[in-house]
Design a protein around this ligand. Structure first.
Ligand code: NAD
Length: 592
């Protein structure tokens, strides 16, 4: 350890090992404790750590960015002012060196920290596999980080750790509530770093990544505060009976690439609150933010409660068929969902399947197209349409068709597409190369079957996976982009004859995730909404009910079970009825 001055205070860092590992990944093994030192060099007067290279360190409850220079007097520490009261080390630093420490609001920097150094979280430790796989930045098409490939032995370790942790974790509800609040705090504390990572691996504009992390935090907070009561069925002189929810054990959580942090939290927050422990596997297209989430949560949760493993498939199948998990909570495509259901059936595991959608937006004939065009466009094209609950086909009265197409096409042409890291960008690249090929195929097929291109229709001529926002006019059923889930920025507009025709065509699908009805007349809209077969129906908005307190799940092939709300938490439990006799009453004895 390099000392740059006489120690004024030597402060053992409570979270030292974790903080160092977070900053250095696998290279951290063997790095010793940090100490707070008071430098004697003229003009310095800052806190110095002794790890030897400029870096960012998480520090206890707050965030500290510590830049260490080998030249005396050049080192500095800066930290988030909000952290001061909560972190012992920073409080001491501030008191002792208050005139010298530069103190300003600054988010934790990813500079100096290699994203590729993020390890899996297994049994409370950061772990690497024997191999890694490349993670591509869709804005450039180039590999920007490497993630570990989980070995069979490491998966066993993760499962064993989760099982061991379960027995203690299930005991105290108040402890779990407090832990979820802490999880929310550490995620929010790393907002910038997480958002940067999501944008780098998934492509979405930074503002959308920030919103995703904030949403993830709100899920944790919601489940921390949710009251879960026991239901008393009988309590009288004949006896007592109640029903409670018991945790299942280890939950296998498998997520897709479009919302790598938020969707992980849809699973983790209720599963943990209910008393389960978790092994999380993110998509190999977007593993880095989940690895980061694992490291962050590992600072506040007991070892083994949350484990994060990464690797290309067949890792997912190995997790589902592993004997330890009692439940599989899966989000992804219908095709994979079928495989998961078949594999989980062997172990009679509980499962929640949150699958794809092909969600209709039905625009009634009393709507002025120009008035709803903005909302419908973004309901369909936000995140490049790569949302399960995006509006994926628009049904409009025949006489309004051309006006609505033109209004949507105008918005498509005006949309700013580019790397998500650029502040002015509204749509980033598609999530991966496969997606670009799929969009081209959908457009080719639709044009061959009579649809017309109103806007877009091509990949952008630049590095990365960019595709122009596309609106197709005059689409019909029987065309692939209408019948299948396109999951991309190609929106078909379909003319209907009358409301019955619209409802029948909207329902003529194996999917049933979300739907929407647009009308100037709320009563009319409500009546149509009641006829649509979907897990969530919105009026004059689309997927407006994606919130922590409402159930989200698909009808038909869009899924089994629900997430979110108290109903989502119930999915992570089994019912247990307890029956006992009434306490014996003491006989009144008469005297005299
Ligand atoms: P996908 O089905 O290809 O992959 C999802 C996850 O499953 C990934 O982590 C993948 O590695 C894993 N996986 C692959 N094969 C597996 C197997 N045999 N067993 C277990 N796991 C396996 O989906 P994707 O392309 O990542 O995501 C897009 C799809 O997800 C779209 O269909 C979208 O609609 C859907 N989705 C649904 C919801 C919802 O809440 N209903 C939310 C987001 C996305």
């Amino acid at each position: 350890m390099r000392s740059l001055g006489r120690p004024l205070v030597s402060c053992r860092w409570r979270w030292d090992a974790v903080a160092v590992r977070a900053a250095y990944g696998r290279h951290a093994e063997g790095v010793g404790r940090g100490s707070l030192r008071h430098p004697q060099h003229a003009g310095c007067g800052q806190t110095v750590t002794s790890f030897g290279v400029p870096t960012s360190l998480y520090c206890g409850a707050g965030r500290a960015a510590v830049a260490v220079s080998k030249t005396p007097g050049q080192s500095s520490v800066s930290y988030d002012r909000r952290a001061r009261g909560r972190c012992g080390l920073l409080a001491v630093a501030h008191r002792l060196c208050r005139r010298q420490i530069q103190c300003h609001r600054r988010p934790l920097s990813t500079k100096g920290r290699q994203m590729g150094e993020l390890g899996m979280t297994i049994d409370g430790s950061s772990m690497w596999g024997r191999q890694t796989f490349g993670v591509v930045d869709p804005a450039t098409g180039a590999v920007f980080a490497h993630a570990p490939v989980c070995t069979v032995e490491q998966l066993d370790q993760a499962m064993d750790a989760a099982l061991r942790a379960f027995h203690e974790w299930r005991r105290e509800d108040d402890v779990r509530r407090a832990a979820l609040r802490e999880c929310a705090r550490v995620l929010l504390g790393a907002l910038d770093e997480l958002a940067t990572t999501i944008t780098a691996e998934q492509g979405k504009p930074r503002a959308a990544s920030v919103a995703e992390v904030v949403a993830a935090v709100s899920w944790l907070r919601y489940y921390a505060e949710l009251d879960i009561g026991r239901e008393i069925v009988q309590d009288d002189r004949h006896g007592y009976a109640d029903v409670v929810r018991r945790p299942l054990g280890v939950v296998a959580a498998i997520t897709p690439w479009n919302f790598p942090v938020a969707l992980a939290m849809w699973k983790l927050a209720p599963a943990l609150r209910a008393g389960n422990t978790v092994v999380l596997k993110p998509s190999p297209y977007a593993p880095m933010s989940a690895l980061m989430t694992g490291e962050l949560l590992g600072r506040v949760l007991p070892a083994g409660v949350v484990n994060v493993v990464t690797g290309p498939d067949p890792l997912g199948d190995r997790i589902v068929t592993h004997p330890v998990p009692r439940m599989v909570s899966f989000t992804g495509s219908v095709v994979t969902g079928r495989r998961v259901a078949a594999a989980a059936a062997g172990g009679l595991k509980r499962m929640t399947l949150e699958l794809g959608g092909n969600d209709p937006a039905v625009v009634l004939d009393d709507v002025d197209p120009e008035q709803v065009a903005d909302d419908i466009f973004w309901a369909a094209l936000a995140d490049n349409g790569q949302r399960c609950m995006a509006a994926k086909r628009v049904y409009v009265a025949r006489h309004r068709h051309d006006d609505l197409v033109e209004a949507l096409a105008a918005r498509a042409r005006a949309t700013r597409v580019g790397p998500g890291s650029q502040p002015s960008v509204q749509l980033g690249p598609l999530g991966n190369q496969l997606q670009v090929g799929r969009m081209a195929e959908y457009v080719r097929d639709a044009l061959a079957h009579g649809a017309a291109l109103a806007a877009g229709g091509t990949a952008l001529d630049r590095p990365g996976y960019f595709y122009a926002p596309t609106v197709l006019a005059g689409a019909t059923d029987g065309v692939r982009v209408v019948d299948e889930e396109q999951f991309g920025p190609v929106l078909p507009v379909i003319a209907y004859r009358d409301v019955d025709d619209a409802v029948n065509r909207a329902n003529a699908s194996d999917f049933g995730l979300t739907a929407s009805v647009w009308s100037a007349d709320l009563e009319r809209a409500n009546a149509v909404a009641a006829r649509l077969d979907a897990g969530q129906v919105s009026v004059n908005a689309h997927a407006a009910g994606v919130r922590p307190d409402l159930p989200f799940g698909g009808h038909k092939c869009s899924g089994i079970g629900v997430e979110n709300g108290v109903w989502g938490l119930h999915s992570f439990t089994d019912l247990q009825a307890t029956v006992r006799p009434a306490p014996k009453r003491r006989r009144q004895t008469r005297t005299g």
